[in-house]
Design a binder for this molecule. Structure first.
Ligand code: ADP
Ligand code: MG
Length: 240
């Protein structure tokens, strides 16, 4: 579905992504792990064009999205992102957070958008919070709303950037179980995470990023049990 070739990104002349080549297939769950500051967020942000890559190509179903003619809003809808800090609209109710995208960007009619939103809130266990505002929710609830809002746009792939890093430990599992469920249902996902047990269970493939490159990639058994390269081994050893 997504093919990334020789992707690079510099900020003020500093190379943050050096030469990233990989692909994500339909239905695949790919986890991205590695030390902080190594370009994991930048990589996800380049995929949905929140950052403009400095070089290389990103193909979706064979079409290069770095072409100037690309419909950027369309790409972000196809590859919708869930952030560490939730990024809910604080002035809108939970229900309106879910309907605003479909109504404004996709032209969905309001009644249909509301119905779909309620279905999604039920899916994440928060139907009773439809009329509440984000401030009235716990962190775990906010992140479940953010996932439901993302699903409301009917993305083909969801990009998660450390979806549980801002949460109290008690709330991590309620969010991870929603993501696990999406994985079981065949959603294509790329997930930057520090939750190693989760990454091992849920992923088809793990990318270990270090200093702006994918230093090692492979099935979770390889990366977690039998890493082939020195820095991967050191990282896995360190976090155990
Ligand atoms: P990670 O997600 O792996 O922790 P990031 O992709 O957030 O890493 O950041 C990689 C490097 O790029 C860091 O050194 C960070 O300071 C730098 N960086 C990220 N975004 C910007 C930006 N908008 N402007 C300048 N430097 C940035
Ligand atoms: Mg990051």
């Amino acid at each position: 579905m997504i093919k990334v070739e020789h992707l690079s990104k510099q900020f003020d002349g500093v190379a943050v992504l050096k030469d990233v080549t990989t692909e994500i297939k339909t239905g695949e769950v790919v986890s991205i792990i590695g030390p902080s500051g190594t370009g994991k967020s930048t990589f996800l942000r380049c995929l949905n064009l929140l950052e403009t890559p400095s070089g290389g190509s990103i193909l979706i179903d064979g079409v290069d999205i770095l072409d100037k003619k690309t419909d950027v809003a369309g790409i972000r809808q196809k590859m919708n992102m869930v952030f560490q800090s939730f990024n809910l609209f604080s002035h809108l109710s939970v229900l309106d957070n879910l309907t605003i995208g479909p109504v404004r960007l996709k032209g969905t009619n309001k009644a249909a958008a509301r119905q779909k939103a309620m279905d999604l809130l039920r899916l994440v266990g928060l139907a009773e919070k439809a009329g509440n505002f984000p401030d009235e929710l716990s962190g775990g609830q906010k992140q479940r709303v953010a996932i439901a809002r993302c699903l409301a746009m009917e993305p083909q792939i969801i990009l998660f950037d450390e979806p549980t890093s801002a949460l109290d430990p008690t709330m991590v599992s309620e969010v991870l179980s929603v993501i696990r469920r999406l994985a079981r249902e065949g959603m294509t996902m790329a997930i930057v995470t520090h939750e190693m047990d989760f990454a091992r269970d849920v992923s088809n493939r793990v990318l270990y990023m270090d200093e702006g490159i994918i230093y090692e990639e492979g099935p979770p058994e390889q990366i977690f049990e039998n890493p082939q390269r020195e820095k991967t081994r050191a990282f896995i050893h360190r976090i155990r």
